[in-house]
Design a protein around this ligand. Sequence first.
Ligand code: ZN
Length: 630
Amino acid sequence: MRKLLFGLLPLAFFACTSSSEETSETADQTMTQEQKYAEDAHSYSEPNSAVVKHLDLDLYVNFEIKKIKGIATYKIETSEGATQIVFDTWKLDVGMVKDGQGNELEFEMGEYDPTFGSPLIVNLGENTKEVSITYMTNPEAKALQWLSPEQTAGKAMPFLFTQSQAILARSWVPCQDSPGIRFTYTANVQVSKGMLALMSAVNPQEKSEDGKYRFTMEQPIPSYLMAMAVGDIEFAPIGDRTGVYAEPSMLEASAYEFDEMDEMLVAAEELYGAYVWERYDLIVLPPSFPFGGMENPRLTFCTPTIIAGDRSLTALVAHELAHSWSGNLVTNATWDDFWLNEGFTVYFERRIMEAVYGREYSEMLAELGMQDVKGTVDRLGHEHGDTHLKLDLDGRDPDEGLTDIAYEKGYFFLRTIEEAVGREKFDAFLKGYFNENAFEVMDTEGFLTILNEKLLVTEELQNAVNVKAWVYGPGLPESFPDVNSSRFDAVESAAEKWIGGTPADELNTAEWTTHEWLHFLRNLPNELNTEKLAELDNAFGFTNSGNNEILAAWFQHTIRNGYTAADPAVEAFLISVGRRKFLTPTYEALIEADPSKEKARAIYAKARPNYHAVSTGTMDALLDWNSENS
Ligand SMILES: [Zn+2]
């Protein structure tokens, strides 16, 4: 996006060298390294001039007016001669800015952009080390989702949760909203009595008497990992270091579903070294949460759509847990390097799943991932720039350019390296990489330098992998690895038999997991008549499945082929679930079946109030929806 031109910025800052001896008193707080922070096109902040180091946050959460009143007090570091510090904000109402001594500081809000918000430019005094911002959020704040009691499982109390990634933190906290800038934080949060507040920090396990909570996060994190949830929430322990938070009516099912969390944590540590965040807890949010999960440190946020009752969708927990290393410990420098967060995490997720459930199981996940990434490349076009691992998201909302590519092409790139050098060497390399770069940021080029120096040391290895094609080239390279799932081979032959005339109830499906069912549904022909679909539905009960992955895959067939018996279930699904991964293909199928979009829009009108801004952003565009419709 546009960067501001700071006419007032002293030239001295650009030439900031180690000539800071004169300022011996403040030497420890004066940055001597030139341009320490990467250019981030998605943040107005100028961290090479003035950067935040620690945040003390005071928040008052008001459900009635759907606003958070806050004071954000930052400890900052400045370069020599810096006269300003710049924060990102999105529709924040800033009342006052003060320094550590309580003196008011002059500030100015720059031009507003619907995607990037407004820069908050604060003039610094000569020795300003602390900046305190009093502010109020807007009811439209994109990171915040305010749920009415009816939108929760318990229907008794309202609920609030945040989603800060990628650039939404600025809509609830004024911050330097770039993944390359880390800070520690504390928070005092006041909520209504009877509610529990949680953050990406050391968390309470019980409700307080007065609705006041105190949080600390001692490890430095970037702003996109700032998180909060407030509601009628209770806690159940799983292991010594793990546990689950959920609404009371969801707690028992959640604790059952995630019973293997401890085992996953142990498997993860064996692979990549000690878990440094002390506790690993998980909160199951109401269904409108737009993602599968969000790796907020110490407290993963996750969708209830993975509670299938049979622990079959817990790969998502392995994924979010894996982020404790890739992403939260070693963080992508900008959103253009997003694959460093997600590709590593998918690779790591499948290694955890392999360690806990075996290779046959993890190969099913890999094959589903392969289908996903091939589908994404087909959809985007094989030469499309968004199919590169290293992205160019300048000027765009990063959320729009972040697709399966970072996840699955990233995974298969790392798998290609593993297969070229051997697993033992690759594991040792990764362990060292996370260890040496803990709490640092990494860009693509930095990683490739380390990779070439330490691992791909011969020309033969470099040719076998072909890094350039993977990272800077479009589509899927020739060195794409083979995936072989014997369990999926059996599924494919069952699907063939059924197409050939074997009745559905005679197929050998007794041992199938969710992944096999998904593969089965994905392997059916696009065109199936109502009779055939009814036969499947009678044999396997797809329309009434409690498993959201299966429902979403099944609805592709029912919508396309006009199997109206499933229509009420489609509508109920779209109204109750807010996870974008399911919404996009389901609405797309509705539009394909009825290009006037009438049917899709009729359902959307009912469902939209239940969705988070991340999901409505995508669906509004898909359905040509504007505010006049609502
Ligand atoms: Zn992830």
